[in-house]
Design a protein around this ligand. Structure first.
Ligand SMILES: Nc1nc2c(ncn2[C@@H]2O[C@H](COP(=O)(O)OP(=O)(O)OP(=O)(O)O)[C@@H](O)[C@H]2O)c(=O)[nH]1
Ligand SMILES: [Mg+2]
Length: 218
């Protein structure tokens, strides 16, 4: 009997890419610089966003935030304290944001009033890297508590990143993390990448990240 083969994955990605392109066009039309903030669970994505959103606000730069989580409102509640528009997307089980989910988020933001959109992806070092969402800049938050070799163990995530924020740098003496070893591993995966060691807790070097964003605002 003839066996039928249906390649579902490719088609799904193709449709996702199409919607990601629509997102890119909507954001471009409104001259909004957009960032996809990715990283493992608890790496410090929201902590860094709290400091970054506050810093941008102090500079008079308005932003919006889309929070992606499987369930719950914790992260959007943390961000809303800063008086910026924030949309919580609950994926209901999916371990990543897809372009259609992000599109719904974008459509609910006041696009004429903001210059920057942050999209915090679901905490996961694998799946978010596989789904384009149509942003200008992919950021991976790498916590030093995860270990130095993660770039070579999760190569796709690091290979699609434009910026790596090496977070929890305040814990460096306790964790004995060797940043040179980390950057050497990262260099094996991707050469052209901006690395900023930061602390989402103390705010150390968050200004460098803010400066990078300011320089890229359209
Ligand atoms: N010491 C220290 N703790 C941090 C730092 N950044 C975040 N944390 C702590 O790490 C934990 C997780 O931080 P979050 O900002 O919620 O991490 P997240 O990546 O947004 O987590 P998910 O959204 O659940 O994936 C919290 O207890 C934070 O206080 C840091 O730079 N230093
Ligand atoms: Mg978070």
């Amino acid at each position: 009997m003839e066996i039928k083969r249906i390649v579902v994955k490719e088609n799904l990605f193709a449709k996702n890419d199409e919607i990601a392109e629509e997102n890119r066009n909507i954001l471009k039309k409104h001259k909004i610089f957009s960032l996809n903030i990715m990283g493992g669970p608890g790496a410090g994505k929201t902590s860094i966003l709290e400091k970054t959103v506050a810093g941008l606000k102090n500079r008079g730069i308005s932003c919006g935030v889309i929070e992606g989580d499987i369930a719950g409102m914790f992260d959007s509640e943390r961000i809303s304290v800063f008086g910026v528009p924030v949309i919580q997307i609950n994926t209901g089980g999916a371990c990543h944001l897809e372009a259609m989910m992000v599109k719904k988020g974008i459509e609910n933001l006041p696009l004429d009033e903001i210059k920057v959109v942050f999209i915090e992806n679901v905490g996961n070092l694998v799946c978010p890297a596989e789904f384009k969402i149509g942003v200008d800049c992919n950021v991976t938050v790498a916590s030093i508590t995860e270990g130095e070799e993660k770039p070579v163990k999760y190569p796709l995530m690091y290979s699609i990143s434009d910026v790596v924020l090496v977070n929890k740098i305040d814990l460096i003496s306790a964790v004995e993390f060797d940043i040179n070893r980390f950057t050497a591993f990262l260099d094996e995966i991707k050469k052209d990448i901006k690395i900023i060691p930061v602390s989402g807790k103390t705010g150390k070097n968050i200004d460098d990240f803010i400066q990078y964003i300011v320089e890229r605002i359209l």
